[in-house]
Write a protein that binds this ligand. Sequence first.
Ligand SMILES: Nc1ncnc2c1ncn2[C@@H]1O[C@H](COP(=O)(O)OP(=O)(O)OP(=O)(O)O)[C@@H](O)[C@H]1O
Ligand SMILES: [Mg+2]
Length: 229
Amino acid sequence: MKRKDALATNREQTKIKELCGATRQNDVMQPQSLSGKKSRSPKRNSLSAPHTVANPEPMIAVQTLTLKSLTQDDMQRLASAIARCLRGGEVVSLEGELGSGKTFFVRQLAHALGYAHHVTSPTFVLQKLYDLPSNPAGLEQLIHYDVYRLTTYDELLDLGFDDLSPTAVALVEWGDRFAHLLPASCWRIKFSIADDSHRNVDIRPPQDRIAALQVELDREQLEAAISHE
Ligand SMILES: Nc1ncnc2c1ncn2[C@@H]1O[C@H](COP(=O)(O)OP(=O)(O)OP(=O)(O)O)[C@@H](O)[C@H]1O
Ligand SMILES: [Mg+2]
């Protein structure tokens, strides 16, 4: 194995151990947040998810909100609800089979945040940037990734994934392909096809956003079942 590959593998293993330490203790995790924009480290040996907390908070069970059989209109309202819960500096992992609605969701989310232009899949360009107009959350940019074709950690870092601004939100289609590299505090949203025109959605929000999301889902009259992992 080449030295660079070995280093990358070691880094990944360290990262896996760190994240597993936070998530595999009886399916509980500690809330964590991205650190905000920082200059790219010459060693590029970490994503911007801090894995140490000075004052660890109590362990909290992971919660999943499940919405069943959403129409495209429901999906638009779901995107609006989630848009109002975003704070910036965070990662949203979009998961689920081909055609399940990941790009559709990003389009609705971007429009909910005032982006007026067309949103298409970044499958071939890997990354797209959407500059947002002024909005109450102070979000300035959405960064839309599709990591379906990526195979290595370095390819992901080359896209600037470790350099997220606190005023940006990273939307990562196929984020579960790099699940061990996602910040523990990220949103994980999994889409599945119910039928031609309906989708089921499992949402695992950051722990500190669950209450806000429930309020916003109620406001959109969307019903979610909550399960504790
Ligand atoms: N209820 C629904 N919610 C979302 N999309 C729907 C729904 N019903 C039908 N669709 C259609 O499903 C398709 C979803 O395609 P989309 O490109 O968003 O999938 P994707 O998950 O991004 O796929 P890929 O993995 O190939 O990137 C769109 O053509 C959309 O119009
Ligand atoms: Mg897509």
